[in-house]
Write a protein that binds this ligand. Structure first.
Ligand code: GMT
Length: 374
């Protein structure tokens, strides 16, 4: 198949999933055309059968905001015609499903099937805002196929956006060959020279991730056992988090390493992931940690209960920092860390391997293409 993929190229789960999907599809013989404002972060290199088409959105003094959505729709049509795309697969409803819809309409009478994958905040946060709700609803209804990354997200979408919509659940995934534990003594030594337990948080540091809670939980943990915390990622909450770290006097134990292209080498030296999100439709960061044999302490929200089981970690109410700290200490010092590690890897590979999930996308693509125009 010739597949067009659009996603946010910045640091965020939807861009990671879209990039990995494109990479895996190309490995399986499909040709993938990324259409985006810049090369997605995690794509790094293009490789065989993967192409990138940059959206140029011209600015003009009259515009208060550059109409990127329109430039994107235009580029989608250009690529679809030039490369004979079989379908467009857009990630994150806002505004990509609308640009995809415009592209499809511009292509008529040829039908260019449009699939939208919902990732989370496009439904649970941004899409619910009255300024975007009707257009998000429209984008979902107009798509030829819609997928959601967890059962939770499917239910939330049916409840609040479109009760009669047909939404397929296709969960986040990892390539088990690439996302696996390869312990580097050198990296471990850099952060935990005295054998401290290594806790980790990985996110885009947006308010929804409750980065403050990560610091508070870690502060309680480090009072009980020798421990360090690695903070991977970047975003608006980073400076507030760094301020709190200084206030608590734990700066020497907390490392902000910024955005990383390859997270596996860091996750592989860690003992526990903290993910105290306000809402989390799936929790790709937790899955990546699990694939590297790292158990998870998180909040019992959204799709996290579908991913994190009692064998692979523990879930707590949002804001329950004491509970999360206690849970973390039990996992780290209860003598079962190796058991947790093995269960994490096993669950990640058995349930969320790209070998199982990519065919679900392929089947869905064929189904939507065969269905034709509605
Ligand atoms: O808002 C974000 O956290 C970013 C967002 C994205 O679309 O980049 O992440 C969402 O998509 C990920 C990949 O499908 C999911 O694993 C995350 O759980 C989800 N984030 C939230 O629901 C908060």
């Amino acid at each position: 198949m010739n597949i067009g993929i659009t996603c946010y190229p910045t640091y965020g789960g939807s861009g990671v999933v879209a990039s990995e999907l494109g990479r895996c599809l190309a490995q399986r013989g499909h040709t993938v055309h990324f259409i985006s404002s810049s090369l997605p972060n995690r794509l790094m290199e293009l490789g065989e059968r993967i192409f990138f088409h940059e959206v140029d959105a011209m600015d003009y003094p009259l515009f208060e905001y550059v109409p990127y959505d329109l430039a994107l729709a235009t580029k989608m049509v250009e690529v679809a015609q030039l490369k004979q795309l079989d379908l467009l697969h857009v990630h994150y409803a806002i505004p990509h499903s609308i640009s995809g819809y415009l592209a499809r309409e511009m292509m008529r009478p040829r039908h260019l099937p449009l699939i939208t994958t919902l990732h989370g905040t496009d439904i649970t946060l941004v899409g619910r805002d009255h300024s975007y709700l009707p257009i998000t609803q429209f984008g979902i209804r107009q798509s030829d196929g819609v997928t959601a990354i967890s059962r939770f997200l499917r239910e939330a979408t049916l409840k609040e956006f479109c009760a009669s919509c047909d939404i397929r659940v296709i969960p986040n995934f990892i390539d088990p060959e690439r996302v696996r534990r390869f312990f580097s003594q050198e990296i471990h030594q850099r952060f935990a020279p005295n054998g401290e337990k290594v806790l980790v948080h990985l996110s885009n540091f947006r308010p929804v991730k409750r980065v403050h809670d990560v610091i508070r939980v870690f502060n309680l943990v480090q009072k009980e056992i020798p421990a360090v915390l690695i903070m991977i990622g970047d975003g608006v909450e980073r400076s507030n988090a760094q301020y709190l770290v200084r206030e608590l006097g734990i700066s020497p134990k907390v490392f902000f390493v910024g955005m990383l292209g390859m997270v596996e080498s860091y996750l592989s030296i860690c003992d526990l992931m903290l993910l105290p999100s306000q809402t989390e439709s799936f929790g790709l960061a937790a899955l990546e940690a699990m694939a590297c044999g790292v158990p998870v302490v998180a909040t019992n929200v959204g799709g996290l209960p579908e991913l994190v089981t009692p064998e692979t970690g523990e879930l707590f109410p949002v804001g329950d920092c004491e509970g999360m700290a206690k849970g973390a200490l039990i996992i780290l010092t209860g003598g079962k860390l190796e058991q947790f590690r093995a269960a994490c890897r096993e669950r990640a590979v058995k349930n969320y391997s790209s070998d199982n999930i990519i065919p679900m996308y392929e089947d869905y693509y064929r189904e939507v293409i065969d269905r034709g125009a509605r």
